[in-house]
Design a protein around this ligand. Sequence first.
Ligand code: 5GP
Ligand code: MG
Ligand code: MG
Length: 181
Amino acid sequence: MLNNDIERVLITEKQLREKVEQLGKKISSDYKNSDNFLMVGVLKGAVVFMSDLIRCVNLPLQIDFMAVSSYGTSTESSGVVRILKDLDESVEGKDVLIIEDIIDSGLTLSYMYNILKSRKPASIKICALLDKPSRRKVELDVDYLGFEIPDYFVVGYGLDYAGKYRNLCDVCVLKPEIYQD
Ligand code: 5GP
Ligand code: MG
Ligand code: MG
């Protein structure tokens, strides 16, 4: 059973749904004059959030995905990022909104932001579901944020530990013994 590994729920499915609707409304209003709106999801963690979010945005838009690997341990990133899968199409002249699951040190996203910015988009902004501000190592402007959370390692709603728990409907804290094994 997946649920047996959970210590507690940090953000419920209902809270997530309400927040995603709010973010969708704000994004719909901010991008209403864009004729080239592209949402870029960061694989794999952002997939669940992004699939809910795009259905709350009432505008024409396109989606694309990028996969990056950040060298480091399973719970900590080093900031050295390798592109595992690049975007399918050019971002030049587009209004790019990067969709990320969680910002921790900020190193991964800051690296991606700089790469995409160098490709001459018309504009570029960041939308993240979760943020752990206490862990930040680089300055990063987050334009749309779901929730600030304390320094817990969380899983669910797309976020994994060792590839698992992405299909949980809530954002959860794992039992300590799961990491200690
Ligand atoms: P950063 O480069 O900001 O330190 O790390 C960002 C990436 O680390 C996130 O996109 C995510 O993949 C992973 N990460 C950071 N904190 C957590 C967490 O609490 N839970 C999970 N599952 N992944 C995290
Ligand atoms: Mg991520
Ligand atoms: Mg992960």
